[in-house]
Write a protein of this length. Structure first.
Length: 399
């Protein structure tokens, strides 16, 4: 009996030694690793202001990053994707960007469930992959508007590809519950019922895209929330309500791209409507065109936006006593930090595809606040005239 058991164990051991390498090989065959990285250097030519963390000295710490992605084919029509990004910069938001399952019941239909990119812009899915576009920085007046790049939920995409025409329709639904760093402030963000629809039409060298997005937003910035509670506690409810960051947000987007071997044209228009104190009603657009002469390309772009915040109220009396004066001045100081603004930028740049997976890029941008408006620059002193040149160099790598 003991000898029989020993023989059985030996047989199992030998079988496992034979089977395990085969299983491991199959698992490795179903795993796919990829990644991307970018090193971005930049500075502005004016010592009296800052822009997105850049100062009047060269910095590598604002937009440089590295990303790693793993795709695993579970069965023929079911796969899993995970992506993690390590970022530099003051608003560092490193961590898991994607973590979702993809189910493809047909070649035309894909369903994704989990954490994924919110498809608000034409470049949303690969905005972190600098190798995928010509600019060093995506046009600021359009691509800085949306604060919530990822959501947790369900996304469906149907695509039809014909001989000269392609059409895709996307729809998604989910929520966001995360903490973000924005211009040095910690924001607790909760968005319920976030949903949207995207339609993309391709015809020969043209690609047209239109989308609509909506969500119920609740953003908590602790210091602002505490001050609002103080105002409400002493009876200034109108002033407290004007600082609210709870409400509906709607986003509209339209883009038109043209690309062939010799030249390209790209344009995108966006519109944001919100009920939030920290998020203005915004209109933005960019227009860009350039020439391809492989392995080089050059381009020029213009980008513009207008941001209008909710009007302040004059509810708190001034001169009645020192405590009320302090509240009034505090309220006005908060409101002054986010005044309505209008900005424009003009860019020229170039790209050299040194290898199939490695590119060098350069960009020079004139940043300008339109007359009578402030808001483009994160810091400014009283001598600053509202315009500066912004220079960038980048190394882009995919692997």
């Amino acid at each position: 009996m003991k000898k029989s058991i020993s023989n059985s164990l030996l047989a199992c051991g030998l079988a496992s030694m034979i089977i395990m390498p085969t299983v491991q090989a199959e698992v490795l065959d179903d795993l796919e690793f990829s990644g991307f990285a970018r090193i971005v250097a930049g500075y502005i030519d004016d010592e009296h202001a800052e822009f997105n963390g850049y100062e009047n000295k060269v910095s590598l710490n604002q937009q440089s990053l590295i990303g790693l992605q793993v795709d695993y084919q579970i069965i023929d029509n079911l796969s899993a994707t995970a992506q993690v990004i390590g970022r530099t910069g003051d608003d560092n938001d490193s961590g898991i960007e994607w973590l979702y399952l993809t189910y493809a019941p047909t070649k035309a239909l894909r369903l994704k469930l989990g954490r994924q990119r919110t498809p608000v812009f034409s470049y949303s899915d690969f905005s972190d992959v600098g190798f995928a576009y010509n600019w060093v920085s995506l046009p600021q007046q359009v691509y800085q508007q949306f604060l919530f790049p990822n959501f947790d939920g369900l996304h469906a995409n149907y695509e039809h590809i014909g001989e000269n025409v392609s059409l895709s329709v996307e729809a998604y639904f989910g929520e966001i519950d995360r903490k973000y760093m924005f211009q040095g402030d910690s924001l607790n963000v909760n968005v319920d019922n976030i949903h949207g629809i995207v339609s993309t039409l391709g015809y020969e060298s043209w690609t047209l895209r239109a989308s609509y997005h909506r969500g119920d937003v609740d953003v908590t910035q602790q210091e602002l929330s505490d001050f609002s509670d103080i105002l409400r506690g002493v009876g200034f409810t109108q002033s407290a309500d004007s600082l609210t960051n709870v409400g509906e947000a709607e986003f509209y987007q339209l883009s038109a791209f043209y690309e062939d071997l010799d030249y390209f044209f790209r344009s995108e228009v966006t519109r944001l409507r919100t009920e939030l104190f920290l998020a203005p009603d915004s209109n933005g657009y960019f227009v860009s065109g350039g020439l391809n002469f492989s392995p080089f390309s050059i381009y020029a772009s213009v980008s513009r936006d207008t941001n209008k915040y909710s009007a302040s109220v004059s509810e708190i009396p001034i001169g009645a006593n020192a405590q009320l004066d302090q509240l009034a001045f505090g309220y006005q100081e908060i409101v002054s930090l986010i005044g309505s603004n209008s900005t424009v930028s003009y860019s020229i740049g170039g790209r050299w595809d040194y290898r199939d997976n490695l590119a060098f890029k350069a960009q020079a941008t004139l940043l300008k606040e339109r007359d009578g408006y402030h808001g483009l620059f994160t810091y400014r002193d009283q001598t600053f005239d509202g315009k500066a040149m912004f220079y960038q160099l980048a190394l882009e790598w995919v692997f």
